[in-house]
Design a protein around this ligand. Structure first.
Ligand code: GLC
Length: 428
């Protein structure tokens, strides 16, 4: 057993003890079982997951063990692969990234017999994404799209409009920094670590310039093109002055930390950062605007946002798959999606909830940016299937090299095209 798995189990044990203490107050049924669920812990995700799972436990008399996993999607995948490859039954319900059904799907049961058809009320594209070889491998928990956060107070103070192109973000950031003369203030923060989050950011730059989706829907490798090079060159030009030096190691939470403490004019992040930026103790509360990520330049320029999001799957190695599926159906229900949307700004996966007055009051941009969420650009995970993580890793490494000045964009993209061709070999 590896150290990582052992650490997970220690955490799991501690959480299980806590859960058992809570469950002791609930009436127990003779057949009650314990279901272990792995949840994310970005923002207030873990807290929301635990509370929701405990509502189900109270209703059913079962108990839940909530296991927290690494924040980085890339590290979480590696951990899941270890546990699942061993056929371990430690975790019954897995929170899985929208890009994983093709990579992990064989380890999950078909949820279709347990849904009562409710998947028809969720975004069709997500349900299709989660369906592999005709089996519904996961139910949608929340969806995501990259958005642009800006300091509305600073733009107003300096009479600057909200940027609508990437080049304008750079220009506006430089203008604010020059006017503010504040050493602690940076222009732009994003997810620059060499991991899945950088793939999401860089896909947004490239797609905004009309440079495609790395690999197209037919499986052709398209990443080595002039629009993609122009996009990467633009952002690489920000590294020396408007981006903090540490950003090449930031994930979501590090970038949010800088922005939320008032030290950045712009931030690229997912919607969850809104609830925290607006929380009562946030230094930027009431000063933040959220809008769609901008367009690039040139012919194919268009605003965009990468499609993200998380789903729940039941392990094939679970000892209680039916009860685990019941927990999944509780967690993805409209009532639980609403709580997550209002408290944590996690995007519902049911279109009807985007009309809900309480949700729109808590997170107004869910209404304003509905089209961004509905038309977000997908990473090429469906077409590349179980090779997606290798494709993404080759991509984020190349982008990281360009941002850190180790290669220029055209050279890096030409080399990447060759790497991707080797990963593809005769087909995806
Ligand atoms: C968010 C997205 C997920 C993505 C990850 C990358 O959690 O929902 O799809 O892979 O960020 O960091």
């Amino acid at each position: 057993m590896t150290t990582r798995t052992a650490t997970l189990q220690n955490t799991a044990l501690a959480l299980a003890l806590a859960a058992a203490g809570l469950a002791a107050a609930q009436p127990q049924e003779a057949r009650a079982v314990e279901i272990a669920i792995s949840c994310g812990a970005v923002g207030i995700e873990l807290e929301l997951c635990r509370e929701a799972a405990e509502r189900w436990a109270a209703e059913t008399g079962n108990t839940v063990e909530v296991v927290s996993t690494p924040n980085s999607s890339t590290e979480r995948l590696a951990l899941y692969q270890q546990i699942l490859a061993a056929g371990a039954s430690d975790i019954d319900v897995y929170q899985v990234d929208v890009i994983w059904p093709g990579i992990l799907g064989t380890h999950f049961i078909d949820l279709a017999p347990y849904t009562g058809g409710i998947e028809a009320q969720h975004f069709e594209a997500i349900v299709a994404n989660n369906t592999v070889d005709g089996e519904l491998k996961a139910m949608p928990l929340y969806t995501d799209a990259g958005v642009l956060y800006y300091r509305a107070d600073l733009l107003e103070k300096h009479g600057l409009p909200v940027p609508t192109t990437w080049a304008e973000i750079g220009q506006t950031a430089r203008a604010v920094l020059a006017a503010e003369q504040d050493e602690g203030l940076w222009g732009y923060v994003f997810q620059g670590r060499a991991y899945e989050g950088l793939t999401c950011n860089a896909l947004e730059w490239i797609d905004a310039y009309g440079g495609g989706q790395i690999v197209d829907a037919d499986g052709e490798i398209t990443v080595d093109n002039a629009a993609a090079a122009a996009a990467l060159t633009e952002i690489a030009g920000w590294m020396a002055d408007i981006v903090p030096p540490g950003a090449l190691n930031y994930t979501e939470e590090e970038s949010r930390g800088v922005f939320q403490s008032g030290n950045a004019v712009f931030m690229r992040n997912w919607p969850y950062a809104w609830a925290l930026a607006q929380s009562p103790d946030s230094p930027v509360r009431g000063k933040v605007g959220v809008t769609t990520l901008p367009a690039g330049a040139g012919e194919g320029a268009a605003p965009t946002g990468t499609l993200g999001g998380w789903n729940l799957a039941v392990s094939r190695y679970s000892e209680h798959p039916e009860i685990a599926a019941d927990l999944v159906m509780h967690l993805v229900s409209a009532q639980e999606q609403k709580i997550r949307a209002v408290r944590g700004a996690y995007n519902p996966t049911m279109p009807a909830l985007y009309q809900d007055a309480e949700i729109l009051a808590a997170t107004p941009f869910f209404g304003d940016l509905f089209d961004t969420f509905a038309n977000a650009v997908a990473r090429p995970s469906r077409v590349t299937g179980d090779k997606y993580n290798r494709v993404s890793a080759a991509f984020w490494e190349s982008v990281h090299d360009v941002l850190s000045g180790e290669a220029d964009a055209p050279t890096a993209l030409a080399a990447l095209e060759g790497d991707l061709a080797r990963i593809k070999r005769r087909g995806w």
